[in-house]
Design a protein around this ligand. Structure first.
Ligand SMILES: Nc1ncnc2c1ncn2[C@@H]1O[C@H](COP(=O)(O)OP(=O)(O)OP(=O)(O)O)[C@@H](O)[C@H]1O
Ligand SMILES: [Mg+2]
Length: 252
């Protein structure tokens, strides 16, 4: 791969599979031989808990300059997959950032990631919080590309539209627009019409639709065991779907 890609996994809606996607897509890319960095930008801190990393410090300290990258990155947990957890004080860090001028406060993560050129990452995944916030803005200014997970249920369209409108707001201040890789249908249930009807409605509004992620009990189980889907059950639907998604995105 020529250039490092920075992808934000983001939607202005909770519980749609953002963290599941960030974690398992990162794991799929690492298995395919990419050097991957996964950063948790959500103060809920679910990335760390779902893959068994319980460090107290992470992005919180790195963002405000209280710690160097080397002090916050977990390198040993998986081959090819480095992780920066949210840290227990990410909300406080966001408050601290808010006191800076507009340019500085929105571009802090972009600058931090810009300092990592020597690390040789092929791809960086940012797991984003579910609502508009300064942290989300930081993620979107740092990212080149966006993946928009949409849970296949009736209320997913308004959330996608809301997200798209917010992308336009951020794009107005970016030198180049955020590239939307596509909507990622999640919780796809082959047995229900709701899934297909929602998918159809999304297709009518959005041109780029990524490989759907089927509903899968192993994907729901994995975070409780602190494992990625490839560690828990590499032959599960979830493992297959995220590997296909990695290929779809040209990352495997
Ligand atoms: N394809 C799937 N099949 C079954 N369960 C899933 C699937 N994807 C995610 N889940 C489960 O659904 C719940 C919500 O997923 P997840 O935490 O990834 O959503 P999120 O968008 O990151 O939520 P939040 O907005 O709170 O950050 C979790 O318990 C997760 O394990
Ligand atoms: Mg999440």
């Amino acid at each position: 791969m020529r250039k490092r890609r920075i992808l934000a996994v983001s939607a202005l809606k909770g519980g749609v599979g953002k963290t599941t996607t960030a974690v398992n897509l990162a794991a799929a890319c690492a298995r395919a031989g990419r050097k991957v960095l996964l950063v948790d930008v959500d103060p809920q801190g679910c990335v760390g808990s779902s893959i068994g990393l319980d460090s107290e410090t992470g992005l919180d300290a790195w963002l405000v300059g209280d710690a160097a990258f080397e002090e916050v990155v977990a390198r040993e947990s998986r081959p090819n997959l480095d992780v920066v957890v949210a840290g227990a004080r990410l909300l406080a860090a966001e408050d601290q950032l808010r006191e800076k001028g507009k340019e500085k406060r929105r571009h802090r993560l972009e600058r931090r990631l810009g300092d990592l050129d020597g690390e040789g990452y092929d791809v960086v995944f940012l797991d984003c919080p579910p609502s508009a916030s300064l942290l989300l803005e930081n993620a979107w200014f740092a990212a080149h590309e966006l993946i928009l997970p949409a849970k296949l249920e009736p209320l997913s369209l308004p959330a996608l539209e809301r997200t798209k409108r917010f992308v336009a707001v951020i794009d107005a201040d970016r030198p180049r627009p955020l590239r939307i890789d596509g909507v990622l249908p999640t919780f796809y249930d082959l047995r229900t019409h709701v899934s297909d009807e929602t998918l159809e409605a999304i297709r009518e509004r959005f041109t780029k639709i990524l490989t759907p992620i089927r509903i899968n009990s192993a994907l729901a189980e994995a975070p409780r065991t602190g494992k990625t889907i490839y560690e828990l059950d590499p032959s599960s639907r979830g493992a297959v779907d995220y590997a296909l998604l990695a290929e779809d995105l040209g990352l495997a």
